[in-house]
Design a binder for this molecule. Structure first.
Ligand code: NAP
Length: 334
């Protein structure tokens, strides 16, 4: 039986769906106030048998800080997909981001030691990888300067170390590092998601990112465990795009005016006036050093390693955006 944490999230729900479609028995972790109706509704965009597949899922409330809850969730589980995380670049969420990323992962790994878990996949982030001038990727260095990296990146960096340590002690573990994931999920909860920001604000930034469709991430994750590939880290991306082009594509689909590029020096000036700006626009709180560095940086990741390891194909960015906006965003505006 398979356990998926963060199963109500953008990625977790699609991994769950893909597994049940393949006939796997899946236990999906949620929290008492998770929105299951949103998960069920979004399945309609991924399959014509949404209700049938949804009903095959065994949902369990998981509290990572309760031993009993962890052991109940892990009973009879052989494979774990650990997707749960608090994704936020809001300084106010720092403690929750670190707690979910580090403490929850540590507790889960500890519990796995005492249970019959055979395979473990950890979903990290491409944000823990840096690309040099020659296009080579390496992990960020261990100097956790909070001015350089956001709490989210630090939490993933530390969690990856814990997963690799568990691997060295005998757990069959593998790590994936997806770039920005595009799919139909619960972004409506997350107004700091760049796709939301570009839609609701006429702004864009000097940097760029890699993107990947959620359906591709789910298939690759499952394939890695099926093929017993462990002890490795895989950067997952389909296409690289400057933020200004991404914002243009999104605003174009929505029939909105072209975005305005906020250069780094403008962002720095705004950061200086942040205490005043915060009074008129709550979004000014996001103007931290590490967030400005992030959105002004071009971090383009490579999918060469995963392509050399397993057969995989990718949706284009245009297809992913059409899928996302053609379905979910229409619903949201109703
Ligand atoms: N989205 C991206 O662009 C992206 C890119 C790279 C990597 N990732 C990684 O991919 C994974 C999945 O991301 P996502 O986009 O699916 O995120 P998401 O949509 O925000 O979902 C997060 C999931 O984690 C659960 N969760 C959050 N805090 C929790 C806690 N304290 N205890 C238990 N469950 C908790 C949420 O449950 P509730 O429904 O109850 O809130 C939800 O199921 C994460 O590890 C993320 O870091 C995401």
């Amino acid at each position: 039986m398979v356990l998926v944490t963060g199963a109500t999230g953008l990625l977790g729900r699609v991994i769950v769906l893909e597994l049940v479609k393949r006939g796997e028995k899946v236990r999906a972790c949620k929290r008492p106030d998770s929105d299951l109706s949103d998960v069920q509704k979004s399945y309609e965009y991924y399959t014509s048998n949404a209700d049938y597949f949804f009903d095959l899922i065994e949902w369990v409330d998981l509290d990572f800080n309760q031993h009993q809850s962890l052991y109940t969730a892990l009973k009879d589980i052989t494979d774990v997909y650990h997707c749960a995380a608090k994704i936020s670049f809001d300084p106010q969420d720092k403690d929750e981001v670190l707690e979910t990323g580090i403490v929850c992962t540590r507790n889960l790994l500890r519990a796995c030691r005492y249970m019959p878990v055979k395979k473990f996949l950890f979903v990290s982030s491409a944000a823990t990888l840096r690309v040099n001038k020659n296009g080579l990727e390496s992990q960020i260095n261990g100097n956790h300067s909070v001015k350089t990296y956001s709490p989210y990146v630090i939490s993933k960096y530390i969690a990856e170390k814990m997963v690799l340590s568990a691997y060295k002690k005998g757990l069959n573990a593998v790590i994936i590092n997806p770039a920005m994931i595009i799919g139909i999920g619960n972004q409506k909860k997350n107004d700091s998601h760049l796709l939301e920001i570009f839609k609701t604000n006429r702004i864009t930034f000097p940097g760029g990112t890699s993107c990947i469709d959620v359906r591709d991430v789910a298939k690759i994750a499952i394939s890695l465990l099926e093929k017993n590939i462990f002890g490795e880290r895989f950067s997952l991306s389909a296409e690289n795009v400057p933020y200004k082009d991404l914002a243009c594509q999104i605003r174009n689909i929505e029939g909105l005016k072209k975005p305005i590029l906020f250069k780094k020096r403008i962002l720095k000036v705004m950061q200086y006036f942040r205490p005043i700006l915060k009074l008129v626009d709550g979004n000014a709180r996001f103007l931290t050093d590490e967030n400005i560095e992030f959105i002004c940086d071009h971090q383009y990741h490579s999918n060469k390693k995963i392509k050399n390891t397993i057969p995989c194909s990718f949706y284009s960015l245009a297809e992913s955006i059409r899928f996302y906006y053609g379905n979910y965003m229409i619903d949201k505006s109703e």
